[in-house]
Design a protein around this ligand. Sequence first.
Ligand SMILES: Nc1ncnc2c1ncn2[C@@H]1O[C@H](COP(=O)(O)OP(=O)(O)OP(=O)(O)O)[C@@H](O)[C@H]1O
Length: 264
Amino acid sequence: MFILIYSSFIKKWLMFRVLLLILILFRHVFGGVILAFISEARAVERVFGRGATAVRALQGVAIQVEKGRLLVLKGRSGSGKTTLLNLLGGLDRPTAGSVYFQGKEIGQLSDRERTRIRQKNMGFIFQSFGLFPLMSAAENVEFGLRLSGVPVMEWKDRVRDSLDLVGLSKRAHHRPFEMSGGEQQRCAIARAVAGKPLLLLADEPTAELDSKMGMHISHVFRRLVEEEGMSIIMTTHDPSVLEVADDVCELEDGFILGKVHPQT
Ligand SMILES: Nc1ncnc2c1ncn2[C@@H]1O[C@H](COP(=O)(O)OP(=O)(O)OP(=O)(O)O)[C@@H](O)[C@H]1O
């Protein structure tokens, strides 16, 4: 009797494990196909402040960012580009509507969970660069790798390669105040891409660069999309970035006017 009950329990337990394994495999193999969008905003509103002084920065915005594509957000100053970028990157929460990253609604997550998702999967290039003033260019990049959980043994190569990618190898041991605005911006780019994030979010990443360097960096972004399969969302006014975009989305007064596909 005892043996019968015991063997039926073992059978059920084994079936449960097999089902679990099939589910995990299904998610790994088909997850990417089912979730074609890396990031998505649905009916998003973002209002800053209250009452008479409230600013409606985004109004009913819906956008889908496909995996492995470079999406540019363009529009006049104050049209809502940075606000949308911050929401898609989980740096801010919408007043209404939903924001998803890999199918998961990130606006609903705690600050801690959103931080974990950002550190593991996303790279950011801010308008203000956000470099640590007491660290050299190499140390700034290395710090980014530490946060994104890249194994220590890969740090040295990744720091070297990413500084090389943006043409900053000769400034590896300089601190931000010893670099020009354009060099600081390139250091911020190296830090954001060194961890090979799934999603790179960049706010005016070529604003401080001359046209030749702007063009070079635009092609670096294109290579990251094509060779690493990275998804990129960036805001810009720079025509050289528009040239390498897969999709361009125009914003006006917090609304999306439309999406075009310059490459097709
Ligand atoms: N923290 C805030 N508090 C109040 N208003 C804000 C805040 N952040 C943004 N705004 C307002 O929201 C609107 C959209 O700002 P946002 O920075 O998204 O525009 P943008 O298109 O990125 O502009 P730019 O090209 O100048 O960077 C603007 O009117 C701005 O003044």
